[in-house]
Ligand binder design. Structure first.
Ligand code: ZN
Ligand code: ZN
Length: 351
């Protein structure tokens, strides 16, 4: 099969012919129809996240925002057959541990790890998904392949974070810092939940995209005073702040924009500079009773609700797709992510 392969960190991916995957007894092989290119792919390509144990050994195929068709299943697979249209959460699960059986498959530590990180991913014509009965998600007819790839990791992560972890309520003020793919996703979802959303970025183009997604207010964060503007505008601060990037320059003003009792949702994970650590204003967080909420992926059991909102058009992940590329352009998208010059979501759909 054709694949865009990471052969050396930080160097262009190479277009290579790789062996077609064969399914193990519990697995399914998909023909990849669409695959998003995510900032997590960029992090892996940069050799980030070694500080929490990520180890990628080139040659390696990244890619974890997949929609596809089942072309082969292992002998134990019961729920899926050849021809089924599917997607999968990037974090695979075992289906029977405590986390899985209590609806937290995103917290399972007994699965096969993450698609495209722990094993070969979707920057290729075919991909094998382990434990298919547990990890595949069937697509309703009303959710097309592009929308399913756009749910990817960024949109489903934003959904779980905004709706299930931060529990954003109608009428609340929400500030989203960093308007990359996951930031625009969080914005769209918070707006759909009835929140009044303030969007912050240093790129005017991204602020414009935020207006399209229904931001009540946009603020250019270049001055470093966004948190003060937000506190004045909302007469005390937002109920929920979202750091959709994971650098000190977004996490700290996000927390600084909260009102007393506010909730900070941390979606973005850190880069080389922070290496997992951002110094927080602990004393004021204690005094103001602020919550710091981490969020990771999206449990498989949340997909039916998420997919029904996409099927009915209340959520529209496909609208965030700003760039449709071919497999051999994947590397260029990763390069563009280095200086944040991509817009919204970039998705591969030509092989
Ligand atoms: Zn991702
Ligand atoms: Zn499990």
């Amino acid at each position: 099969m054709k694949a865009a392969v990471l052969t050396q960190f930080r160097q262009p991916l190479e277009m290579l012919t790789m062996p077609d995957p064969k399914p193990g007894p519990d697995d399914a092989v998909l023909e990849v129809v669409c695959c998003g290119i995510c900032r997590s792919d960029w992090h892996a390509w940069q050799e980030d996240w070694t500080w929490f144990g990520m180890k990628i050994k080139p040659p390696h195929i990244l890619g974890h925002e997949i929609s596809g068709r089942v072309i082969e299943v292992g002998k134990n697979v019961r729920s899926y057959k050849v021809g089924d249209r599917v997607t999968a959460a990037f974090h695979t699960a075992c289906g029977h541990c405590f986390a899985c059986s209590t609806g937290h498959s995103n917290q399972c530590t007994s699965g096969s790890g993450s698609i495209g990180f722990s094993f070969q991913g979707g920057f290729a014509q075919y991909v094998s998904i382990p434990q298919a009965d547990v990890n595949l998600v069937r697509l309703p007819d009303a959710v097309d392949d592009m929308s399913a790839a756009a749910l990817g990791c960024r949109f489903m992560t934003a959904y779980h974070g905004v709706i299930e972890r931060a529990a954003v309520q109608a009428g609340e003020w929400v500030a989203v810092f960093g308007l990359g793919g996951v930031g625009l996703s969080a914005l769209q979802i918070a707006v759909a939940a009835g929140a009044q959303v303030i969007a912050v970025d240093i790129s005017d183009d991204k602020l414009q995209a935020a207006q399209v997604e229904g931001a009540a207010v946009t603020i250019n964060g270049k001055s470093g005073a966004a948190h003060k503007e937000i506190k004045a505008l909302t007469k005390g601060g937002v109920n929920v702040s979202v750091d959709a990037l994971g650098i000190a320059e977004t996490a700290l003003p996000a927390i600084g924009s909260l009102r007393r009792g506010g909730r900070h949702l941390q979606i973005g994970m850190t880069s080389q500079k922070e290496q997992g650590k951002i110094a927080l204003p602990v004393d004021s967080m204690v005094q103001q009773e602020l919550s710091f909420i981490g969020t990771y992926g999206c449990p498989v059991t949340s997909y039916p609700r998420l997919l029904s909102l996409v099927a009915s058009g209340k959520l529209n992940p496909k609208r965030l797709v700003k760039d449709i590329v071919s497999l051999d352009q994947t590397s260029d998208v990763l390069t563009a992510m280095t200086n944040y010059s991509t817009m919204g979501l970039s998705v591969i759909n030509r092989w």
